[in-house]
Every structure is written in structure tokens, then in C-alpha cells.
Design a protein around this ligand. Structure first.
Ligand SMILES: [Zn+2]
Length: 80
């Protein structure tokens, strides 16, 4: 299983324990769901603290290589 770093707590986990963050649409941040397209970032699955930290910080902008702004956060997690 691939290992990725949570951008909230910076710890490394297998992707099965992480939720993917990506932009399905320019204005919509999608959390979870394996079928995100384009660049992605990862946060601990179901960990609101990590997600909040990721969304508050500039980490996302750095990760995606551009200024990030969004008005909608859509949770796509299917297996819970
Ligand atoms: Zn985390």
C-alpha cells in the first residue's frame, strides 16, 4: 500500500488510512474518494483536527502550487 504524508499532522500512513483532498471543480474542495483527478493532498481519514489544520493553513496552496480558494468542502467518503 502506498504511503503518503498527512498535510495536517505530517505523519506518514498508508493511503487506506488517509482521505484524499482534490479539486473536482475549481471552487469545490473534495475530501475522500479515491477517484479524485489531478493533483491531490492527503489527510488522516476521519480526523477533523488534521482536516481543519490542512484547510486553515497555506499548506494546500503550496501543495497545489497556486493560490487556493474554495467555497465548498464536499465529503466523499463512502466506506464509513
Ligand atoms: Zn493527520
Amino acid at each position: 500500500m502506498p504511503v503518503r504524508t498527512c498535510i495536517g499532522c505530517k505523519k506518514r500512513y498508508g493511503v487506506g488510512n488517509l482521505d484524499r483532498i482534490s479539486f473536482a471543480e475549481p471552487d469545490v474542495l473534495t475530501v475522500g474518494g479515491a477517484k479524485g483527478t489531478g493533483k491531490g493532498a492527503w489527510v488522516c481519514a476521519g480526523n477533523e483536527a488534521c482536516l481543519e489544520k490542512a484547510l486553515r493553513s497555506e499548506i494546500l496552496s503550496k501543495r497545489f502550487g497556486k493560490k487556493i480558494s474554495f467555497s465548498v468542502v464536499r465529503h466523499m467518503r463512502e466506506n464509513c
